[in-house]
Design a protein around this ligand. Structure first.
Ligand code: F6P
Length: 406
């Protein structure tokens, strides 16, 4: 029987558990006599070169993965395949006419399939978030290429699965940082605004904020009113006897338009509308540095300063960006196991002749969902119990203290 060459690539921001998914793929592949696994380095990058250049550069981007040389790969952080945000459809994103977009998308997809052939790939396993998997979905849709995917992202914002691997390791790191910062906040009687990754989804901030008992949790899904949700809460907390405050703020948590226009002098709607865009056409929300802006705006609120001083509480504000420390280090148990399961399942799908699907976690079961549907975005539901708990937790601290003082 002919050997089947299966390519594996990791794209987008790295996430703890990527190596676990690769190891899961290798474990399943090793059980078959005729499968060779080729690691494709730096995500979709090789696919962005002109087709005629690929034979020349292949040696820099493609390497066979041998399980015997990769013992316990699932325990290691990052990705041995390197990653990138290269987007073969970057030119499509720049077009505005939907018909022209569609025509170019199809052309690029056919081109991708031809490049798979030149690289020597019979099938491809993509490990990535909505952008990386979106490329795979288009490749499958227009060419029927043998493609399957594993969902990863620390942001947990993929529609087709309960959780993506990377999320819980990252949420734990953020929760630990929020826990730790309370001691210095306490010592100096400071307000800390802590910025947490997640793009336009609030999962990381919500889970780490709830887990660590952050005093205010600001999320993209529930645009905040600066006066009501920040200034008033800080005032009530001081009235109730608190001397320090932790605000967990998602990098994409912006004020409502009304609050932005009424309360903010340090940012404007224009700043938000003119944010730089990434290769997939998404605004780079972190570029606004929202935690820094909130901290600056709090500092400028003279009445709040007076109120703190009247209560003999120090009025100082600091902002901290957790940034890439949140993606650092080794995966936790959950992400190692989930990565292994996704990888093993993805390779099983290829072996069974199932294409155009993404491995997915549904409760405790691993199953398959359509790649096109699964790789769409998922946000925190503002009507969910998690948001109700957030709101209850924030209020109860100062309200329950007031009752004690009665
Ligand atoms: O998508 C994952 C993510 O970690 C986001 O939370 C964050 O905005 C982004 O990647 C950061 O990307 P980069 O590593 O390119 O700065």
């Amino acid at each position: 029987m002919n050997t089947v060459n299966v390519g594996v690539l990791t794209g987008g921001g790295d996430a703890p558990g990527l190596n676990a998914a690769i190891y899961g793929i290798l474990l399943r592949g090793y059980q078959e006599k005729d499968i060779k696994i080729l690691g494709i380095k730096q995500g979709w990058k090789i696919f962005t070169f002109p087709i005629e250049e690929i034979p020349k550069i292949k040696e820099f981007y493609v390497e066979e993965l041998k399980i015997g040389e990769l013992d316990d790969l699932h325990t290691r952080g990052g990705t041995i395949l390197y990653t990138s945000r290269s987007n073969p459809f970057e030119e499509v994103v720049k077009l505005t006419d939907p018909k022209a977009q569609e025509a170019l998308r199809k052309k690029v997809a056919l081109d991708l399939k031809a490049k798979m052939h030149i690289i020597g790939l019979d099938a491809l396993i993509i490990i990535g978030g909505d952008d990386t998997c979106g490329v795979g979905a288009a490749l499958y849709k227009y060419t029927n290429a043998k493609v399957v995917a594993c969902p990863k992202t620390i942001d947990n914002d993929l529609a087709g699965t309960d959780y993506t691997f990377g999320f819980f390791s990252s949420a734990q790191l953020a929760s630990n940082s929020l826990d730790s910062i309370t001691t210095t906040a306490h010592s100096h009687q400071r307000i800390f605004v802590v910025e947490i990754m997640g793009r336009d989804a609030g999962w990381l901030t919500l889970f780490s904020g709830l887990s660590s008992g952050a005093d205010i949790i600001l999320l993209p899904e529930t645009p905040f009113d600066f006066q009501r949700d920040v200034i008033e809460v800080l005032r009530e907390r001081v009235r109730a006897g608190y001397t320090y405050h932790i605000i967990a703020c998602a990098e994409g948590a912006y004020p409502s338009m009304e609050s932005l226009e009424r309360d903010f002098t340090v940012i404007s709607a224009e700043d938000i509308n003119n944010l730089p865009k990434d290769t997939f056409g998404h605004p780079e929300l972190h570029a606004l540095k929202i935690a820094d802006k909130i901290a600056k705006q709090i500092k400028r609120t003279k009445e709040l300063k007076q109120f703190f001083e009247q209560h003999y509480v120090n009025f100082e504000v600091r902002s901290v960006v957790l940034g890439h420390t949140m993606r650092a280090g080794t995966p936790n148990v959950y992400d190692r196991i989930t990565g292994l399961r996704y990888g093993y399942h993805a390779m099983s799908m290829l072996i069974d002749g199932v294409y155009g699907k993404m491995s997915s976690l549904n409760g405790t079961q691993i199953c398959a969902v359509d790649l096109e549907v699964g790789s769409k975005k998922k946000y925190v539901d503002p009507n969910s119990d998690l948001i109700a708990i957030r709101d209850a937790m924030e209020d109860v601290k100062y309200k329950s203290k007031e009752k004690l003082f009665l």
